[in-house]
Design a protein around this ligand. Structure first.
Ligand code: NAD
Length: 388
């Protein structure tokens, strides 16, 4: 009786509530439910180069998208072709080895290529695809050094086709929400930004041997996140690094890296990087300023399940095990963004000068790790990330 006075009109006669933007899965579902099509949106026809760890993720995103059609798969493990065809029902896809890949470039039906082959193959595939006027989605890094990345972007400019570098963390809903909050001034001028990036599972030594080293293979993700959140590049970096895993030491690489960055506006950044986290894919971001702090913590897929036995207190659920699960949504969203770029519906959110800057900073970090010295970075006006 006491609450009767709070009775409201029927929900059927009140305005329908909207789902929160945070429920991005439901919002995507609503788009699918609405079945709206745009007659200006042709299906983007693709060729996928490399179906290994990350290529399988992109293949999964392709299979989930109604906006693309896969015409070719290029991969040298021919023994997998039939299995892939059966598993994914790819009867209309042509399988080629890298030696036969000219067919992709010569086929006028191919609008775009996705490059998910080993890093040392990127520059060659990117160059040939752009020359054939295909749009390109390329896994990081586009090439092994800044000069070669610049050559690829110059070629993209010359032929007027997009070259998109796949920094997937930018498309993760939590990371992009932190960036939006920082950019809206929620914490004021940033005093400290930190990332923790610990890989899981440990990549194979075969992969590491051709990865280009931890700075250009792994650290680039963190440098990209930090500079993308801040909209600023560091003027000093100092790095300590070591290899605790003998096989990694043997190939002259590092598995444990601590980076400190200084930014001209007074912000400090740190990156805590490891190749081998045994408790799952440990990926965190923290941004601190005079008004407070915003963080991305690790997600636990079974967080709603609570277990408590004996007297030892509750048992925590594991975090996501690896990039394929932690960033599954980000990978789908980055493919969707690429399709928008190809269809001229969006400008690339990943800009060439940002990618060139990330490579320059990664090289400075590598130098600092080898020399033990603070490395200073100079930027000319054209390199800076403004206007945003
Ligand atoms: N964004 C991310 O989260 C992420 C994660 C892992 C790897 N990567 C990047 O993706 C790339 C591939 O890494 P991976 O871990 O998937 O490697 P991988 O070794 O698991 O797979 C590479 C695949 O490419 C095939 N291949 C080799 N040469 C080829 C060529 N010339 N043309 C076409 N295919 C070829 C191989 O047969 C293999 O199937 C690397 O550049 C790496 O830096 C990105």
């Amino acid at each position: 009786m006491a609450t009767e006075k709070f009775k409201e009109a029927s929900p059927y006669v009140r305005p329908k509530p909207s789902p929160p933007s945070e429920d991005y899965v439901y919002n995507r579902y609503l788009t699918n439910l609405a079945l709206k099509t745009d007659s200006r949106d042709p299906v983007v026809k693709l060729a996928l180069f490399g179906v290994g760890r990350v290529g399988t993720i992109h293949l999964t995103s392709i299979m989930c998208s109604q906006r693309v059609k896969l015409l070719y798969i290029v991969d040298d493990v021919e023994s997998n072709w039939q299995k892939m065809e059966r598993y994914w029902h790819l009867e209309n896809v042509t399988f080629l080895s890298s030696k036969q890949s000219d067919r992709v470039y010569q086929d006028p039906d191919v609008d775009a290529v996705i490059v998910a082959s080993p890093t040392f193959t990127h520059e060659n595939i990117v160059g040939k695809a752009l020359k054939a006027r295909k749009a390109v989605f390329c896994e990081k890094p586009i090439a092994d050094n800044r000069g070669n990345i610049l050559t690829c972007y110059e070629m993209a400019m010359r032929v007027g086709r997009p070259l998109f570098c796949a920094f997937n963390r930018r498309f993760d809903p939590s990371y992009s929400s932190v960036r939006d909050r920082v950019r809206q001034g929620e914490i004021g001028h940033v005093h400290m930004i930190k990332t923790v990036a610990r890989d899981s599972p440990l990549p194979s030594i075969e992969y590491l041997k051709t990865s280009g080293g931890i700075f250009h293979d792994c650290l680039v993700h963190d440098i990209d996140v930090i500079t993308w959140v801040l909209g600023e590049y560091p003027d000093k970096v100092v790095v300590l690094a070591d290899a605790n895993i003998p096989e990694i030491k043997e190939i002259g690489d590092f598995d444990t890296v601590a980076v400190t960055l200084h930014f001209p506006s007074g912000t400090l950044g740190t990156i805590d990087l490891s190749r081998n986290s045994t408790f799952g894919y440990d990926q965190r971001l923290e941004v601190f300023g005079p008004k407070g702090m915003v963080q991305v913590d690790n997600e636990q897929p079974m967080h709603s399940v609570r277990r408590q036995y004996g007297v030892e207190g509750p048992t925590a659920n594991p975090i996501w095990y690896s990039f394929a699960s932690r960033f599954a949504d980000g990978y789908r969203r980055e493919l969707d963004h690429f399709v928008d770029i190809v269809l001229d519906k969006a400008e690339s959110l990943v800009r060439p000068k940002e990618i060139l800057a990330v490579s320059k900073i990664a090289t400075a970090c590598e130098e600092s790790a080898h020399t033990g010295k603070v490395v200073e970075l100079k930027w000319d006006g054209g390199e800076l990330p403004y206007p945003q």
